[in-house]
Every structure is written in structure tokens, then in C-alpha cells.
Design a binder for this molecule. Structure first.
Ligand SMILES: *Cc1c(COP(=O)(O)O)cnc(C)c1O
Length: 413
């Protein structure tokens, strides 16, 4: 294959139909940010929006803002916008709580809908919080449920009529492997199994068609490709046909049919609002809305196409520039089976990532030995990928990773 040059990458950027979106973000100079799959970058509009909300709404209109600035409607309004990113109806998604809490709520609801079945199937490599939430809920319910963990290729055999829920993350956080959401949903439904999808690593990086796939429930994260900011509220989806049957696991007043009647007895709201528990986090939701609005301006098919090309470019450049250094590809080669990230295994992965970060190339490390690079197509350029791989080559060639202080593990990796 022909050797690629930096000029080739510049050419790709000059014809990139998404190129203009980069100016809509505040990105620090001298940084190549390959961690937008973990914490999305800061949209330029977020600062203005938060400043206005704090000064004018909270500062001046105070409690009246719940009505006059529709703070109370934010979970529904922003949920309806997220719905457009994931192929759902506007009354099927609500923005609230964290992904972990939303998983807990929907899994509890799903198990309640399949009282005779006691098995939850998931992947052994699923994101840890997803597995912990299942384990905790099983203990809390005390009804003899079982978590059956398998490898991705064993999933079809693991689905039998004892299974209540199939809990999958569409894009694996380590390997970037992408599930066929429609096909897995079909296989589950053939056995009467409900599907609960985690879209944390896929939403905002590719078109998702929950309703076309017949998905039952889903959750996802607000601070990754949705660019909602650190600890942004998450969201949850319940298909319309199920909404009356999914009991809210946390029966809070914001999910009551009439919260401001202050009635002593709980009565769930008829629709998706029943999965609200407490008062909405207004500042977090406002920041999330800016990120979601920005994504809604983009054509998600173009986002996906660029994401695949950025990943392919990275794999090809690492092959071209870094063959000698012992990296082992840990993600699918075929971009059709990959989310918006690539991964490599290397025994010195942690120190290599630290050495890259010291040079302004921000990727991340996932235990035990994975170097992970995420591509947020709205603000990443092809030349950024070139510069990152060039820096990786320098780090390896100069053994810049071989310094004891780089082995020091920070709390967050
Ligand atoms: C990021 C992520 C989460 C995050 O959960 P929080 O409750 O926000 O900490 C959950 N699941 C998956 C698959 C993720 O990628």
C-alpha cells in the first residue's frame, strides 16, 4: 500500500463536509484530543448558555424560572432531542440521572415484566458499572435471579426461554466492537426476551435506529459523544408499547402523575416521565442541551462515515509508522464492525499513554494493557490522527515511556 503523508491528511480535511463544526468547540492549542469518547470537548455555546442561565434565570427570576424558563420541562424537552439521535419517538426518551441509575431503574422494570424468568444475559467484557448494577439489583430483589455472562460470539446460544433480559452495550468500551443492534434484538425477541441497550459509546457517533430495530429499552451517557460536560445527565428510552407496563423502580415525586398535588400516595405518570425521580439538575441539563443541539445540526451518516475513516486512517498509520514496537490491534479491523475508537494492546500501555499525554496527545488506558484512541468526528481532523501517530512513533523510538514516574497510576485513568 502507498505510504501516506501528512499532506494526504490535509487534503482529506480540506474536503471534509463536517470540517466547519470544529470551530463550534473550544479546543486548547497544542492538544490532539482522542478522548472524546470518554469526556466530550466543550462546545463554544455552552459557556454562554450557562452564564446566561446563572445570571438571568437563577440570578434574577429565581424560583419563577421553573415555569417562565421551563426548567421543569427540560428532561422531556432534551429527551425528545436525544430521541432524534437514536431513532426514537419524542415521547420515548427522557434526560435524567446517571447511566448507572437509569440502568438500575429500567432493569428492575424489565425483570418485573418477566416474573417467571430469572436470567439476565450480558457480556463478560461489558462496562463494569453495568455488571455491578445487575449484581446489586439481584441481591436487592432476593428472588433468585442469575447473571449469565458470555463472550460476544456465545450470545446466540445463551438466549433461551429462561432469559428475562438481554443487557448489551452497543459499542464495547475497550475493543470498540459494534453489535448489530437490530439482529440481536430480533434474536432476543424470538425467545420472548426483552432487550436493554446501553448506547453510551455509540450515540452521537453514528445513526441509531431503536424503533426500526424494535428495541425495548435503552440507556446512554450525556458526557461522551453528546458533549454534555463532566457528569452530564444521562438518558433512558422505553418503547411506547411498554410504557404502561414498566414500573418505576424509584417512585419519586417528579415521576408522579401530578407532583404538585402533593398527594400522600404514589401514582406513576402515564408516560416516560414516570422514570424521573427527583428534581432535575438544571445546570447540567442546560449544558447537555447545547451539546445535543450541536449534534442535531450534523448529518449522522456523515458523522459515521468520517468516524470510520478516522479509525481506518489511525490503524493504517500505526501499521505504517509503528510496526517495530509490538503493538497488537485490539479492535476490529473492519470499520463496519467498529465504533468510533481503536485500541491496541501493549505491555507498557500505561506508561506509553502517559508519555503521549505529556506531549499533548490525549488518549487513554484501560486495564490491563489497552491503549484506546477515540475519534469524535465533529471536532477531530485527519491531521490530528497523523500528528498522534507521529508522536506515538517518537515516544516509542526514543523510549520516552521508559521513565519510572510514568508508571504512577492516577485515580482516574
Ligand atoms: C460511560 C459508560 C457508563 C457511565 O455510567 P455513569 O453512571 O455515567 O458513570 C455506563 N455504561 C457504559 C457502557 C459506559 O460506556
Amino acid at each position: 500500500m502507498r505510504r501516506l503523508s501528512r499532506a494526504d491528511c490535509e487534503r482529506l480535511d480540506s474536503t471534509d463536509p463536517l470540517g466547519a463544526f470544529r470551530n463550534r468547540f473550544e479546543l486548547p492549542d497544542g492538544i490532539v484530543y482522542l478522548d472524546g469518547n470518554s469526556l466530550g470537548a466543550l462546545p463554544a455555546g455552552t459557556r454562554r448558555r450557562l452564564d446566561e442561565l446563572v445570571r438571568e434565570q437563577w440570578g434574577k427570576d429565581l424560583i419563577r424560572s421553573w415555569n417562565c424558563h421551563d426548567w421543569i420541562g427540560m428532561p422531556r424537552r432534551i429527551g425528545a432531542k436525544i430521541a432524534r439521535l437514536i431513532g426514537a419517538g419524542d415521547d420515548e426518551v427522557i434526560a435524567t440521572d446517571s447511566t448507572s441509575v437509569n440502568l438500575f431503574k429500567l432493569l428492575a422494570g424489565a425483570l418485573h415484566m418477566r416474573p417467571k424468568r430469572k436470567v439476565i444475559v450480558s457480556e463478560r467484557g461489558n462496562f463494569p458499572t453495568n455488571l455491578y448494577i445487575v449484581q446489586g439489583l439481584i441481591r436487592l430483589l432476593g428472588q433468585g435471579h442469575e447473571l449469565r455472562l458470555v463472550e460476544a460470539d456465545e450470545l446466540p446460544c445463551a438466549l433461551d426461554t429462561g432469559v428475562a433480559v438481554l443487557l448489551l452495550t452497543q459499542v464495547d468500551y475497550r475493543s470498540g466492537r459494534l453489535h448489530d443492534l437490530a439482529a440481536m434484538t430480533r434474536q432476543a425477541h424470538a425467545k420472548g426476551i426483552l432487550t436493554l441497550w446501553d448506547l453510551s459509546h455509540s450515540a452521537g457517533a453514528m445513526p441509531i435506529e431503536l424503533n426500526a430495530a424494535g428495541a425495548d429499552m435503552a440507556v446512554g451517557c450525556g458526557y461522551k459523544y453528546l458533549n454534555g460536560g463532566p457528569g452530564a445527565p444521562a438518558y433512558l428510552f422505553v418503547a411506547r408499547r411498554h410504557q404502561g407496563d414498566v414500573q418505576p423502580a424509584i417512585a419519586g415525586w417528579m415521576g408522579h402523575a401530578a407532583p404538585f398535588e402533593f398527594a400522600p400516595d404514589y401514582r406513576p405518570a402515564p408516560g416516560i416521565e414516570r422514570h424521573l425521580a427527583g428534581t432535575p439538575p438544571v445546570l447540567g441539563l442546560a449544558a447537555l442541551e447545547v451539546g445535543v443541539d450541536l449534534l442535531l445540526e450534523a448529518d449522522l451518516h456523515l458523522v459515521r462515515e468520517k468516524s470510520r475513516r478516522l479509525g481506518d486512517l489511525c490503524l493504517r498509520l500505526v501499521e505504517q509508522e509503528c510496526t517495530a514496537f509490538g503493538f497488537e490491534r485490539a479492535c476490529p479491523h473492519d470499520s463496519a464492525q467498529r465504533g468510533s475508537q481503536v485500541a491496541f494492546r501493549h505491555p507498557r500501555g500505561y506508561a506509553i499513554i502517559q508519555a503521549l499525554i505529556a506531549k499533548g496527545i490525549i488518549g487513554d488506558f484501560r486495564a490491563p494493557d489497552i491503549l484506546r484512541f477515540g475519534f469524535a468526528p465533529l471536532y477531530l481532523r485527519y491531521v490530528d490522527v497523523w500528528d498522534a501517530v507521529a508522536a506515538l512513533h517518537r515516544v516509542m523510538h526514543n523510549k520516552a515511556w521508559d521513565r519510572p514516574e510514568l508508571e504512577h497510576k492516577t485515580t482516574v485513568t
